[in-house]
Design a protein around this ligand. Structure first.
Ligand code: NAD
Length: 327
């Protein structure tokens, strides 16, 4: 990574390179550095404004480069600031969490939250580069590794039975004490899948919606429970795989396998089944819904066969929520 970083930096005036990083991944750098308390609260308009002002105070011009070092929250916020400052400056992401390495740092979706609504304000604005340094994983707590696996398992299901099996095995190996299980191979495979989809549909007009699998229900659970993103995706996938089973005949044994992974490692969401109406109404507010009244899902006919724009009735969704809470 170091050589790649150097060659990117060489393309910019050294007075025009700026760094945003989480206080946890802070490191001595030659450039002006804005350290922030990361986490979901950082993805706010107030924080974006602070960063715009900070760049202005440092005379950042349109030729500036912003380097985001951190988890998905830093990448989303930093990307949004880069997209909007002076109508757009260059940026690169150096992800420090597994979730950001396989998902949040790539694909150019940048954004901040608005009130309780996740990623309500943002822009499609791709980074100039994403640099992966596995050393960051050494300090990452197991819950954050599990969160990353939520997205890795999602990519596995979207790609096919074999890739899902490998992802599930790698998670089991990690939980049985093998640090090497979280390998560059596992990361590169999930990342390459996302990059391939994004390249063919950068602005989510069609195919890119496959990546939302697990996220319609997942985001509602995340907004309700404030759980880690990858945990919410895991729970969301169980609801959406359940819908896939009842609506499209998706194989039930894969749902059983997901259930076991959830019960062994992730636990259940902290809200309860009585809050179904609120969850359904949060799903209705999902920004991916083209029509205000329909709830749009990406469902699977088989592992590796996603179908976008699948509409489920409120009753079917309630059944899915009940199923998740019955486990
Ligand atoms: N833009 C996208 O395409 C996309 C995709 C998926 C998720 N996201 C967003 O990403 C965010 C979640 O990302 P996240 O899970 O990385 O969360 P995060 O950025 O909050 O990081 C999780 C935690 O890990 C800590 N941390 C980061 N790096 C560390 C390291 N190397 N060692 C020890 N601790 C470290 C952080 O301080 C934080 O407490 C959400 O806001 C989600 O919406 C965006």
């Amino acid at each position: 990574m170091d050589a790649e970083l150097e060659s990117i930096l060489a393309q910019y005036d050294s007075n025009q390179i700026f760094v945003i990083c989480s206080s946890r991944s802070a490191q001595p750098l030659l450039y002006p550095t804005f350290q922030l308390e990361d986490g979901e609260a950082a993805k706010s308009l107030a924080m974006a404004e602070e960063l715009w002002k900070w760049l202005t105070e440092h005379d950042a011009t349109r030729k500036a480069l912003l380097i985001n070092i951190g988890g998905g929250t830093v990448c989303d916020l930093g990307g949004f600031v880069a997209a909007t400052y002076l109508r757009g400056i260059d940026y690169i992401n150096i992800p420090t969490t597994l979730l950001a390495m396989v998902d949040a740092s790539i694909g150019g979706k940048t954004g901040i939250n608005l009130g309780g609504l996740k990623n309500r304000v943002g822009a499609f604005y791709p980074p100039k580069a994403v640099l992966t340094d596995m050393r960051y994983l050494e300090t990452l707590p197991p819950e954050e590794i599990l969160s990353g696996y939520g997205e890795i398992l999602k990519c596995g299901l979207l790609e096919g039975r074999a890739v899902f099996g490998q992802a599930a095995q790698s998670l089991e190996d990690f939980m049985n004490g093998s640090q090497e299980a979280v390998s560059m191979k596992v990361i590169t495979s999930a990342r390459a899948y996302k990059e391939h989809i994004v390249a063919s549909d950068p602005r989510e007009d069609g195919l890119r919606k496959v990546l939302n699998f697990g996220h319609t229900a997942g985001h509602a659970l995340e907004e309700k429970t404030h759980a880690r993103h990858g945990y919410s995706v895991m729970w969301g996938m169980i609801i959406e795989v359940y819908l896939s089973v009842i609506k499209l005949g998706f194989p039930k044994e894969i749902l059983t396998c997901l259930n076991q992974l959830m019960l062994s490692y992730y636990g259940r969401p902290s809200c309860n089944c009585k809050e179904q109406d609120e969850l359904v109404s949060l799903m209705r507010k999902d920004k991916k819904n083209a029509q205000a009244n329909a709830i749009n899902f990406t469902l699977l006919r088989q592992p590796g066969e996603p179908l976008i724009n699948q509409v489920a009735t409120d009753n079917e969704i309630r059944e899915g929520i009940e199923y998740l809470f019955s486990l």
